[in-house]
Design a binder for this molecule. Sequence first.
Ligand code: TYC
Length: 107
Amino acid sequence: MSGTDPYRDNDSGLAVQEAKPKLKRPPLFKVILLNDDFTPMDFVVEILKSFFNMNEDRATQVMLQVHTQGVGVCGVYTKDVAETKVHIVNEYSREHQHPLMCTMEEA
Ligand code: TYC
């Protein structure tokens, strides 16, 4: 074999740096509930249990946080998952004639 085989150390004296891995962590998004004056507290608790896997105590805490502070975080997800959660919560609320608003923002 000749001396130009690229897989062979040909002692050129050049330092070769390995490429850095190009994988980055995907950006994360907070799914957020907004307060309103009309959606029943029980309905919000049911949403948090059904779509965000919270138990009764945690769901009640988050619901009360939204009720008193105006907003609360339901969870943090990748973009696709956050978008899907926002969509299903808003659809479900509309189906039940409640004005509850769910949205997302970069974490
Ligand atoms: N403020 C509502 C009420 O008094 C309850 C509520 C809580 C509504 C959280 C929306 O995201 C919400 N019935």
